[in-house]
Each structure stands twice: as C-alpha cells, then as structure tokens.
Design a protein around this ligand. Structure first.
Ligand code: GRF
Length: 224
C-alpha cells in the first residue's frame, strides 16, 4: 500500500479526480493527506468530507521560501509519502525541497511542455497561434515546469476559443491523465532513464480529445 500526499492551493479538481480514481479503481494506495498552502483552499473541504487528513502550511507565516519549504516538508514527511502529488499547488519550490522528493514528486502543468512554462499558459498558446494545446504530467525537477514527462493530453484550438474556453477543455483532459499517471507510479511501472520516463508494460502516455465529452468515457471515476 503506497501513501500519497497531495498538495493543493485552491479548487483541487485534479486532487478530486485522483481521490475518486484511487477509490473506484481500488489502487494499492491511500491518500494519506491533502495539504494546502492557503487556509481557504476550496479543495480542503472535499478531502475532509472524504475522510482524508488535511493540513495547512500557510506560506504567509514564514519569512522566506526556505523556511516555508522546510515546514512544508516536515508536514509532508509526517505522512510518510511514497509519492507527493502537486495538484494546482501554486508555489515555486526551492531546489532543496525538490531534491528531497526527487523521483517521487509529480506535477501537472496546463501546457504541452516544454512549451509555455509558467503562468497564463492558455493565453500563451493562443498568442502563439497554436493549433493544439494541452497538459503535461511530469516528475518535478528544480527547474520550474520542467522534468521528465509521464503523460500528455492534447485538444484542438478552435476558432473563437479564448483562454477560459481552452482552460476548461484542457482541465477535462487533466482529470484523465493525472489519475492515470499517478496510478502508473503506484503500480511501480514508471522508470526514469535520464530525462525520459519509461512505462512498463507500455500503454499510450498521451490522450487526444477532439471532443471533450469523450473525457467522461476515459475516466470512470469522475463525477461518480
Ligand atoms: C490546473 O489547470 C493545473 O494544471 C494547474 O492549476 C490548475 C489547478 O486546478 N497547475 P485544480 O485546483 O486541480 O482544480
């Protein structure tokens, strides 16, 4: 049984998708805790209502990043995690923190990395005239929004799309690929080979949703 600790900053819809998939697909894992850096993170209520331990490490209470990261790591490690899952966790992490969880921390970023690290990814994709946009699950390395890619999802960019429309469609695909990637980790199927990830036995590490309604069909747990 693997222990997962999920970090959120707000809504927590990716965390919800992972919690639901873990239960519905009976992963050999438990969500040991959901930790937020903001006391008002909406996702905390969902986690608590599902009997999951919650904690807040409020970054505003610490003088600098290093002090916050040290407190955060102490809280995380209290739950003995096999994997730390960043799910909309909106803090830049120090190199020491990232190194401590090397090979056992995943993130999801709403772009097809290595394009568009950072913020406002959907607008960046529109401004660049991209015809395809998406999301990436990757192992976390000290470079922001970088690191070995575990899974990617794509959607077409349609005429008339704005950033909000893209964000909504990409998010649907995130709810499919993130639980899938976490399950692969839990099943011990991911290996790191330099900057690349190998999945064994292999299966597609990508998802392309032309019609976002298809997302439901790919994610038995969501909305259930
Ligand atoms: C997602 O788009 C994720 O890719 C990004 O932040 C958003 C978090 O959404 N890192 P939620 O909190 O999981 O609903």
């Amino acid at each position: 049984m693997k222990n997962l600790v999920i970090l959120i900053s707000g809504r927590g819809s990716n965390m919800e998708a992972i919690v639901r998939a873990c239960a519905h697909e009976a992963w050999p894992a438990r969500i040991a805790a959901v930790i937020a850096n903001r006391p008002d993170a909406a996702g905390l209520a969902f986690a608590a209502s599902h009997g999951i331990a919650t904690a807040v490490v409020d970054h505003r209470q610490y003088p600098d990043r290093a002090a916050f990261d040290a407190a955060l790591a102490q809280t995380i490690d209290g739950y003995a995690p096999d994997l730390v899952v960043l799910a909309g966790f909106m803090r830049v992490l120090t190199e020491g923190f990232v190194t401590h969880y090397s090979g056992r921390m995943l993130n999801i970023h709403p772009s097809l990395l290595p394009s568009f690290p950072g913020l406002k990814t959907h607008q960046q994709a529109l401004d660049a005239g991209c015809r395809v946009h998406g999301a990436t699950v990757h192992f976390v390395t000290p470079t922001l929004d970088h690191g070995p890619i575990v899974a990617q999802s794509g959607i077409p960019v349609r005429a008339g799309d704005d950033a909000a429309a893209l964000a909504a469609r990409v998010l649907k695909t995130e709810h499919v690929i993130y639980p899938r990637a976490v399950r692969w980790f839990v099943e011990g199927r991911l290996a790191l080979d330099g900057g690349r990830v190998t999945l064994s036995p292999p299966e597609p590490q990508w998802l392309f949703l032309d019609d976002v309604n298809e997302a439901q069909a790919h994610n038995a747990g969501e909305g259930a």
